[in-house]
Design a protein around this ligand. Structure first.
Ligand SMILES: [Mn+2]
Length: 141
């Protein structure tokens, strides 16, 4: 299992490759707000763990294993954003909140959150009922 930090890198590399077809050290450093030397170090670690193939001066690509995990990590991030949006968390908090919790949930919890998001998606009145409770609670604050 990748560590939280490895997960952040695999997730960003997956997104960059999806968007641009490749991921460079400088792009990853920018996306994660870290120093390029940290990226180089982590890329070597990910290479050792067979999440990507890295060749000095020639860039790198995710392995099948890296792609599979990257896809799940991006799904998990998007699902958690959807959850927070659905339950009414203010937009400016959503990204950072997800970054804070995403590494600390089991895949079982992620699956159940998937059910919950689906529960709200399938019937608009369920969201309305939740908003009604939220309006009531706000009045009491
Ligand atoms: Mn994320």
């Amino acid at each position: 299992m990748p560590t939280p930090s490895m997960e952040d890198y695999i997730e960003q590399i997956y997104l960059l490759i999806e968007e641009k077809g490749y991921a460079r050290v400088s792009d990853i450093a920018e996306a994660l707000s870290v120093h390029p030397s940290s990226v180089t170090k982590m890329v070597q670690k990910l290479d050792k763990n067979e999440y990507l193939t890295y060749e000095k001066y020639r860039g790198f690509d995710l392995t099948a294993k890296g792609k599979k995990i990257g896809k799940r990590l991006v799904y998990r991030h998007d699902l958690l954003e959807q959850l927070l949006r659905t339950i009414g968390v203010i937009e400016e908090n959503i990204y950072d909140d997800v970054e804070g919790i995403e590494h600390h949930l089991s895949w079982n919890a992620i699956d159940r959150i998937g059910d919950l998001v689906q529960f709200f998606e399938e019937d608009e009145s369920r969201i309305e009922a939740l908003r009604e409770i939220q309006r009531r609670n706000e009045e009491q604050e």
